[in-house]
Design a protein around this ligand. Structure first.
Ligand code: XMP
Length: 506
C-alpha cells in the first residue's frame, strides 16, 4: 500500500482516489499523526498544503523516518518541503501560478517521467516556487515559468513535482502516478472490489465470530452495502432496523423494506412517525429540528436494540471521507453540520462499533455494492439527508406539509426517471417554502403554497452546480405539480450553485 501524508491540501483526497483507480490500496494520514510504517507500505506521497515552507509554524514531518528507506514523492508543498529541508531555496513566485501549463523538456531517463510527453499539459496551483535545488537534486521537468517543475534526488528514490498529477487537467497525471506507485514503489495492482469483498468478509468473520450485530438501515447506498458485507459474514446474526420517521419520500418505507427482504436481510421495520412528529412540534430552527430528529432516532433505536438479546456490535455505514474529515489536519472543521459526526454512538448503548466501509470512497462503495449484487434502485439512488423532508420543509413540520411535499417530490423524481434525467443529476428534491402566493385557477383567485425544485450536479456534494434541466421538462413538471397537488399553486426552480449556496435550503 501507499501512505499519503496530508498537509492540508484541498487535493489530498484526489491523490488517494487516483492511486486507488490504479487498483492500489492507499491511506491518507495527517502529517502530524503518522502511523507505524509496516512492511506493507511500499511508498510515501507528501501532499500539497495551503501553507508555505517559509512560515514559522509550517507543517513539518520527520522525513528521516522513511526517506532513503522507501520511495517518496512530494507533490507541490511536499516537493518544496523536500527541497527546503535538504538545503534548497523556496521563494514566493513572482506571480501566483494557477491553471494549465505545459511541460517543456522532460528527462526521458527518469523513472518518474517514463512515457510522459514533452509539452504534456499539467495543472499548477502554488504561491511559492523552488528557486534553488541542492547539489544532489536533478531537474527532470520544467515549464516556461517554473524551472523546477519536477526533480529527482540522485542516489535515492525521492522525487518532487510542483504540479498536481491528481487533477484531471494534468493530462498524463495518472500515468505519472502509475510510474511512481507501480514501477518505482513496486505495488501490485490487485486491489479490486472483489478482493475487497473477499478480504473484508473474511476479516469480519474473524472479528465478529458468533456475535450478534445490530444495524440501522436508511435505504441509502452506504448502510445497505455495509449491511450486505456484515450479512455475508454473520448471516442471520445481523439484525437490521429500518425506522419510518415520517420524513421519508413517498412510499419509500414500503419499497425499501421490500428490497431488503428480497436481499435476504433480517430486517425489522419500525413505524415511529408519530413519535418524530411529536418531537418536531413547533420547532422551526434547522439545527433544533436536526437535534430533535437525531435524539428521537436514538431513542427508537435504543429501544429496538434492547429487544435483541445479547447484541454486541453496532454496524455502521461510515465511509472514508467522514473518517478523514474527523481526523483531518485542520481538526474537525467548524462548518460541519451535526450530521457528519463519526461514530455517533451515545454512551448508554455500550455496543462495539464495526464499520466495514471506513476505508472506501463513495464510488468504491458503489462498486462493492455492485459486486455484492445490490439492485440499481439502491446503488444509483441519490443521496438523501438523514433528517429527510424535515429540512426541506422550511419552518415547522406537520403531517399535512409532509404529505404535500411527498406528492411534489414524487412527481419530480418520477419525472426525472421517466425522462432519463435521474442518473444525470447527483441529487434532486423539492422544498416546501413558508410563503403563499396569489394564483388564479378557473374563475377563482387562490392563495396557496410555493414549492422550489432543486437538482444539482456534483462529484462529492462538497461543491455543486444547479442542473441545467431542459425547459420543456421543467414546464411539464411544473404543470403536473400544480394540477395534481392540492394546495400548491406555484413552482420555482433553484439556480444557485454551491458555494455560495448549499444543496439543501436548511
Ligand atoms: P449541503 O446542504 O450542506 O448538503 O450542501 C450536502 C449534502 O449533505 C446532505 N445533508 C445532510 N445529510 N443529514 C444528512 O444525513 C443532514 O442533516 C444533512 N444536511 C445536508 C445533503 O442532502 C447533501 O447531499
Amino acid at each position: 500500500q501507499i501512505l499519503i501524508l496530508d498537509f492540508g491540501s484541498q487535493y489530498t483526497q484526489l491523490i488517494a482516489r487516483r492511486v486507488r483507480e490504479l487498483n492500489v490500496y492507499c491511506e491518507i494520514h495527517p502529517y502530524n499523526h503518522i502511523p507505524a510504517i509496516t512492511p506493507e507500505v511500499k511508498g510515501i506521497i507528501l501532499s500539497g498544503s495551503p501553507c508555505s515552507v517559509r512560515d514559522q509554524d509550517a507543517p513539518m514531518v520527520h522525513l528521516a523516518a522513511f526517506r532513503h528507506k522507501l520511495p517518496v514523492l512530494g507533490v507541490c508543498y511536499g516537493a518544496q518541503l523536500l527541497a527546503h529541508t535538504s538545503g534548497g531555496e523556496v521563494q514566493p513566485s513572482a506571480h501566483r501560478e494557477y491553471g494549465r501549463a505545459k511541460l517543456g523538456t522532460v528527462d526521458a531517463e527518469s523513472p518518474l517521467m517514463q512515457g510522459i510527453d514533452q509539452h504534456s499539459q499539467v495543472w499548477m496551483s502554488h504561491g511559492d516556487t523552488i528557486t534553488q535545488i541542492p547539489d544532489n537534486f536533478r531537474i527532470i521537468a520544467s515549464t516556461e515559468s517554473v524551472r523546477v517543475a519536477a526533480f529527482q534526488v540522485e542516489g535515492e528514490q525521492t522525487y518532487g513535482i510542483q504540479f498536481h498529477p491528481e487533477v484531471t487537467h494534468s493530462l498524463q497525471g495518472k500515468h505519472l502516478l502509475q510510474n511512481f506507485v507501480v514501477d518505482i514503489c513496486g505495488c501490485s495492482q490487485d486491489w479490486t472490489s472483489a478482493s475487497f469483498v473477499e478480504s473484508t468478509v473474511a476479516g469480519l468473520k474473524e472479528k465478529l465470530g458468533d456475535d450478534k450485530v445490530v444495524m440501522a438501515l436508511s435505504g441509502g447506498v452506504d448502510s445497505s452495502v455495509a449491511a450486505m458485507l456484515v450479512h455475508r459474514a454473520v448471516g442471520q446474526n445481523l439484525f437490521c432496523i429500518f425506522v419510518d420517521n415520517g420524513l421519508l419520500r413517498k412510499d419509500e418505507y414500503e419499497n425499501v423494506l421490500e428490497s431488503y427482504k428480497h436481499l435476504g436481510l433480517n430486517i425489522k421495520g419500525v413505524d415511529s412517525k408519530d413519535q418524530f412528529y411529536h418531537a418536531l412540534e413547533g420547532l422551526t430552527d434547522p439545527e433544533a429540528k436536526r437535534k430533535a430528529i437525531g435524539k428521537t432516532f436514538i431513542d427508537v433505536f435504543d429501544q429496538e436494540s434492547h429487544l435483541i438479546e445479547d447484541v454486541v456490535w453496532l454496524g455502521q455505514g461510515t465511509i472514508y471521507p467522514d473518517v478523514i474529515e474527523s481526523v483531518s489536519v485542520k481538526g474537525p472543521s467548524a462548518t460541519i453540520k451535526s450530521h457528519h459526526n463519526v461514530g455517533g454512538l451515545p454512551d448508554f448503548m455500550k455496543l462495539k462499533v464495526v464499520e466495514p466501509l471506513n476505508t472506501l470512497f463513495k464510488d468504491e462503495v458503489r462498486a462493492v455494492g455492485r459486486t455484492l449484487g445490490l439492485p440499481d434502485n439502491i446503488l444509483k439512488r441519490h443521496p438523501f439527508p438523514g433528517p429527510g423532508l424535515a429540512i426541506r420543509i422550511l419552518g415547522d413540520i406537520t403531517a399535512e406539509k409532509v404529505q404535500i411535499l411527498q406528492e411534489v417530490d414524487a412527481l419530480f423524481i418520477n419525472g426525472l426517471k421517466r425522462e432519463g434525467l435521474y442518473d444525470q443529476v447527483w441529487q434532486a428534491g423539492a422544498i416546501l417554502l413558508p410563503v403563499q402566493s396569489v394564483g388564479v385557477m378557473g374563475d377563482e383567485r387562490t392563495y396557496e403554497r410555493v414549492v422550489a425544485l432543486r437538482a444539482v450536479t456534483s462529484v462529492d456534494g462538497m461543491t455543486a452546480d444547479w442542473a441545467h434541466l431542459p425547459y420543456t421538462f421543467l414546464a411539464d413538471i411544473s404543470n403536473e405539480i400544480i394540477n395534481k397537488v392540492k394546495g400548491v399553486n406555484r413552482v420555482v426552480y433553484d439556480i444557485s450553485s454551491k458555494p455560495p449556496a448549499t444543496i439543501e435550503w436548511e
